[in-house]
Design a protein around this ligand. Sequence first.
Ligand code: HEC
Length: 136
Amino acid sequence: MKKLIPIFVVSIAVILFFNGKKYDELVSSRLSSPIAICIEGESCGQATAMAVVAVGGPRSAESIYASGCAACHDAGVAGAPMMGNKSQWETRQSKGYEMLVNNAYNGINGMPAKGLCADCTKEEIGIAVQYMLDTI
Ligand code: HEC
């Protein structure tokens, strides 16, 4: 039995060593895969396609609000602060614009993440929030 212990220890060490090596190889192969840093306007594969999409820019406040937010915020559905209602918005406004945008983007209570605008960017949600705040 005593003879078996060193063999056991050595085999564990070998397993760990080779596993470790494989892990290192995996990590370095992942690190060496091409990471493209792309400047808008330069041709660099997929990133260019994304830049082209971004060229369209954010949608207008009116259109984001009308299609993504009005369904609830026009009439105050489920306790949504109503468009243009100063007292309902004032309490929320004290959280600060950033927090309101985060909550609208991530969802809070009855407010679903991004409202009905599933493809809205955070910037667009911010534009819609500002649009509502501007009416009070
Ligand atoms: C399905 C209904 C619904 C839609 C659509 C909706 N909201 Fe809301 N929203 C709510 C409700 C309900 C609340 C109140 C949540 C609560 O209890 O604090 C709310 C709250 C908010 C708040 C206040 C968050 C806070 O921290 O107090 C903001 C800002 C907001 N909505 C922005 C938006 C924007 C921008 C859109 C459109 C992109 C949108 N909402 C679409 C239901 C909706």
